[in-house]
Design a protein around this ligand. Structure first.
Ligand code: ZN
Length: 300
């Protein structure tokens, strides 16, 4: 239970994050190891059917999140991370490899039923979803500041926007805490490790209580994060996208088209951190972070 309360205390604030912490508490206490899928109940707290599954500890009663297509896009911010001397090209290569850790999963004797497709660089640095305009699924480095009150322990944050009635994912954006994290193994987690965990969230995975799983929410500097899917991660991703699922066509274009720039002049409020309480219509978002468990040496 100590670990559970630590989890709640360290979790970044935010509507969806608090719920994720609750899921983790129950998962830890009720079974030894298992993945969970992110569920619309994260943002549907008035739904009387929502609650933890007594067997798995996972939040159930709503719809599990998923991409309703054969592929989806991801884009890296053109600046990369000057603070950590990571170029756009280096970031794109590392993040692409992290996405592929999941999309290359073997489910039985066939490949996973979804792909992640690299799209052009973006200049938009906001995690947002535009309900009336083009979008991009972005990875952005927060070099100058980490704008969330979380003791600086969050290594990265993934914001997933989805349809609360169906669970279909519309958009997913990742912010990497390059302001506080050196992104090196000597002083914390590497970008490759962080990206592999956050990529799991993009696909619809929630946190796992298996301490060896990529989706375990606390990063340990002692063990790092596996570079390959563990059995638990593999079981989870294969449950979401089994091979040959409905032969979905591959059109990776974001909803309403792709834009490298942030939403401009669109009516209504983009679903983004500054507008968090205004989930519009059927869309809502859930944020999930990766927390540094073992103390990071404080540097710059
Ligand atoms: Zn996480």
């Amino acid at each position: 239970m100590g670990g559970a309360s630590r989890q709640a205390r360290l979790g970044p604030t935010g509507l969806g994050t608090a719920c994720l912490a609750g899921v983790l508490v129950l998962a830890v206490s009720s079974h030894a190891a298992a993945y969970c899928r992110t569920n619309t109940c994260e943002q549907d707290q008035d739904n009387p059917n929502c609650g933890p599954d007594p067997q798995t500890g996972c939040l159930t009663g709503g719809k599990s999140l998923f991409w309703n297509r054969g592929c989806f896009s991801f884009s890296v911010h053109a600046a990369g991370s000057p603070r950590r001397h990571i170029s756009y090209e280096q970031a794109t290569e590392t993040i692409g490899a992290a996405m592929a850790v999941w999309s290359n999963a073997q489910c039985g004797d066939a490949k996973l039923g979804i792909d992640a497709v690299p799209f052009p660089a973006v200049v938009c640095d906001q995690a947002e979803y535009n309900t009336d305009g083009p979008n991009a699924n972005i990875w952005v480095f927060r070099d100058d500041d980490w704008p969330y009150p979380d003791d600086g322990r969050t290594l990265a944050l993934t914001l997933v926007t989805f349809n609360v009635k169906t669970g279909e994912i519309y958009d997913a954006d990742v912010e990497v805490n390059s302001y506080a994290s050196p992104l090196s193994r000597e002083a914390g987690a590497t970008l490759a490790e962080i990206a592999t965990h956050e990529a799991g969230h993009i696909y619809g995975m929630a946190h796992s209580s298996d301490p060896h799983a990529i989706m375990f929410p606390n990063y340990s500097t002692l063990t790092g994060i596996s570079a390959e899917l563990t059995d638990d991660d593999q079981a989870g991703i294969c449950s979401i996208y089994p091979p040959g699922r409905g032969s979905k066509s591959c059109d990776a274009t974001p909803r309403h088209g792709f834009s490298a720039e942030c939403g401009r002049g669109v009516s209504g409020c983009a679903v983004s951190p500054p507008c968090r309480s205004q989930s519009t219509g059927w869309t809502a978002w859930v944020a999930a972070g990766l927390l540094l468990l073992v103390g990071r040496k404080s540097r710059g």
